[in-house]
Design a protein. Structure first.
Length: 296
C-alpha cells in the first residue's frame, strides 16, 4: 500500500518525529571535534545550507564535486541515519559539519558559525519546506503550522527562542561567530569576509570565488546539489512518507516576507514570545534590536 502524505498537524508531527533515530542523534552528540573543526549550527531554515556552501567554497577553492552538500558538510545529528560517517575524511581542512543544535547540546571543542534570522521569515520558510514533504500541500495552514511550534509544550528544547538565546549567550566567545541572515542578504561579500577571517584568512581571490559560489544565481543553477535527496532516500520510508516528496532549499530568501504573510495575531504572538525570552534575558526587545547589535 502506497503511503499517503499527512494532512493534519498530529500526523505531520508523528511523521517528522521519525526523521532521526535516537542512536543516530547520540552518535552525533558523541562526536569529539578537532579544535579546527567548524560546526555550522543555525536554527532550521535560517541559512544553514547557504553557510555550508560558503564555508566549503572557502576551504576548497570552489569544489563542487559532490552529489549534495551534505556529503561534503555532513549533518551531525542525522549523518548516521543517512548512511554517512562523520569520521570519514573530508576534502579539505577545516573539517565542517552542519547542525541545528543549541549551544548547550552541541559537541564542544570546535569553532561555531550561527546565522540568526527574523522568526517570522524562519517559520514561513519552515512551512514552505515541509509543505509537499511532511504534509500534503493545502492541507495545513501556515497559521496552524506556526501555532504548533509556538504552543506545544512537548516540543521540548526544539524551539527557535531557546536556540537563539543559547547562542546569543556565547556572543563574546572567540570560537563563536554570529551572523544575521538579513546582513548576509544585504552584503554577501562582507559576510564572506567575516567568515573567511573566522576560518583563518584566505586571499582576496578565494574570497571573491566563495562570494560567487554562495550567490543566489550560482546556487540556483546548481539547485540539485543543495536539496535533501539523500535524506529523502534514507528516511522517507521510515517516516511513512511517499517517495515523491520535494524540499527545495534554494530560494531568493527574501527578508521581511514573513511579516506580510502571517496573520497579525500570529505576529503579535511571535513578538510577545521574543520579548519574554530574548528581551527578558538580554534586553533585546525585538529582532531589530538584535540586528542592530550584530551590525558589522
Amino acid at each position: 500500500m502506497t503511503p499517503s502524505r499527512p494532512t493534519t498537524i498530529e500526523a505531520m508531527l508523528e511523521a517528522s518525529s521519525k526523521l532521526a533515530t535516537e542512536e543516530g542523534v547520540q552518535r552525533g552528540l558523541a562526536y569529539q571535534p578537532d579544535p579546527t573543526d567548524i560546526i555550522i549550527s543555525p536554527y532550521a531554515k535560517c541559512g544553514t545550507t547557504w553557510m555550508q556552501q560558503m564555508v566549503h567554497a572557502l576551504r576548497t577553492g570552489g569544489d563542487m564535486d559532490f552529489a549534495e552538500i551534505t556529503e561534503a558538510v555532513p549533518w551531525l545529528e542525522l549523518a548516521h541515519d543517512m548512511g554517512l560517517d562523520i569520521h570519514s575524511p573530508q576534502k579539505a581542512r577545516p573539517h565542517a559539519f552542519k547542525s541545528h543544535l543549541a549551544w548547550d547540546e552541541v559537541p564542544k571543542g570546535a569553532r561555531y558559525i550561527v546565522v540568526l534570522r527574523d522568526p517570522a521569515d524562519a517559520f514561513l520558510s519552515y512551512f514552505r519546506f515541509f509543505e509537499g514533504w511532511f504534509f500534503e500541500p493545502g492541507s495545513i495552514s501556515m497559521e496552524a503550522f506556526v501555532a504548533t511550534y509556538l504552543e506545544r509544550p512537548d516540543r521540548g528544547n526544539d524551539t527557535y527562542w531557546r536556540h537563539a538565546a543559547s547562542w546569543w549567550g556565547q556572543r563574546d566567545n572567540p570560537d563563536v561567530l554570529l551572523l544575521a541572515f538579513e546582513h548576509m542578504k544585504a552584503d554577501l561579500p562582507g559576510a564572506v569576509d567575516r567568515v573567511a577571517e573566522f576560518m583563518g584568512g584566505y586571499d582576496p581571490d578565494r574570497r571573491a570565488l566563495a562570494t560567487r559560489y554562495a550567490g543566489f544565481e550560482f546556487m540556483k543553477a546548481n539547485a540539485d546539489k543543495f536539496d535533501d535527496n539523500i535524506l529523502h532516500k534514507a528516511r522517507d520510508a521510515a517516516c511513512g512518507l511517499p517517495t515523491d516528496g520535494t524540499s527545495s532549499k534554494v530560494h531568493k530568501g527574501t527578508s521581511g516576507r514573513g511579516k506580510h504573510t502571517i496573520t497579525p495575531e500570529i505576529q503579535a504572538v511571535l513578538d510577545d514570545k521574543w520579548r519574554a525570552t530574548m528581551g527578558a534575558q538580554f534586553g533585546l526587545e525585538s529582532y531589530q534590536d538584535l540586528l542592530q547589535a550584530l551590525r558589522p
